[in-house]
Design a protein around this ligand. Structure first.
Ligand code: CUA
Length: 343
């Protein structure tokens, strides 16, 4: 028996979208300030002046009745000089503001890394991965987060300590993606065979939604993630938990589920620490159930959605690289029972 689920019968996918008007990190704050400066005084001022003059002309010339049109002016150096200089000042001011914001939102790399790069006669991107606290890798269609210092790998949930400025390395496993957490920082492309770098800081603990901001294939819209900013103590607890090996199957059901996992090529794509399966093509499943969402935000993660995902992945996230295994209903129950112990 093959179980089929219509996505409509499942719980609603993640609805919240990031809000760029509520910046919570220095980089996003600089960008948001620039946006408001351009929108309110500059664009708003031009709007009021132009509409004011149009309204004035309409009212004044209407009162004039049939008496004729206003004076026609041909060639006036004074007026032409004024309307050349004013836009030049406005554009010059916008350029100055933009350059200022570009350096505020995207400061230079940390000094020790710059020094090291210079000493090795290499660019920043020539430095080893273990010099970075977090490495982000975009995949079709999910995000991989590595913490080389801690030996921790996870997916779609980037835990960071709040109030700490982190310097991230960004790369891609396949096509061009774009890492964007609108409340925290500027966007940055994830490009295959090319390392980019970005500062990321959250002022206070909270969940900050992120998205892929570069079209990267049919599930581009479901390449969401969260930055989970925590207190240092919470972050340390999270790291300590993520470092642990996966739980071992105990019940008969869990053991049979693990056997299905092991015999159905699941380990060719996924890592489950402590089992010998170490592949990094799909998300690390060692602590799968510690995460809030499934399939990069396409569903909240719980027993029902995990069951549905295992029963018919392609109905939930069409085109995703996890194939439909055509498990029987009983097999889906067993494999779900195994996956659910991966807390
Ligand atoms: Cu990845 Cu769009």
């Amino acid at each position: 028996m093959t179980l089929l689920f219509a996505p409509a019968s499942l719980p609603k996918p993640k609805a919240e979208l990031p809000n760029m008007f509520n910046p919570q990190g220095f980089s996003a704050e600089a960008i948001s300030d620039l946006f408001l400066w351009v929108l309110v005084p500059v664009c708003g001022g031009i709007f009021l002046i132009v509409f004011g003059m149009v309204a004035y002309a309409l009212v004044k010339n209407r009162a004039r009745g049939q008496a004729g049109h206003g004076k026609l002016i041909y060639g006036n150096n004074k007026i032409e000089t004024i309307w050349t200089i004013i836009p030049l000042l406005i554009v010059g001011g916008l350029i100055w503001l933009s350059i200022d914001v570009a350096s505020d939102s995207d400061p230079s790399a940390p000094e020790d890394l710059r020094k090291e790069a210079a000493e090795n006669a290499a660019a920043l991107r020539g430095l080893d991965d273990d010099r970075f606290e977090i490495i982000v890798r975009g995949h079709q269609w999910w995000w991989e987060f590595q913490y080389p210092e801690h030996g921790v790998w996870t997916a779609n949930e980037l835990h960071i300590p709040a109030g700490k400025r982190l310097f991230l390395r960004i790369r891609s496993a396949d096509v061009i993606h774009d890492f964007w957490v609108p409340q925290l920082a500027r966007k940055i492309d994830a490009i295959p065979n090319w390392d980019n770098h970005i500062w990321l800081e959250a002022n206070k603990p909270g969940w900050y939604h992120g998205i892929c901001a570069e079209y990267c294939g049919n599930q581009h819209a479901w390449m969401r993630f969260d930055v989970v900013a925590e207190t240092q103590a919470e972050f340390d607890t999270w790291v300590a938990h993520q470092k642990k090996d996966a739980a071992k199957p105990q019940t008969q059901m869990e053991k049979e589920g693990y056997a299905l996992f092991a015999n159905n090529t699941c380990g060719n794509c996924h890592t489950v620490k402590g089992t010998g399966f170490n592949a990094t093509i799909g998300p690390d499943l060692t602590h799968l159930m510690s995460r809030k969402y499934l399939g990069s935000g396409v569903l909240e993660l719980n027993h029902d959605t995990l069951f549905a995902w295992m029963a018919n992945t392609q109905a939930i996230k069409p085109g995703c690289h996890m194939p439909d295994f055509r498990f029987t209903g009983e097999e889906v129950m067993k494999i779900t029972a195994y996956l659910e112990i991966l807390k």
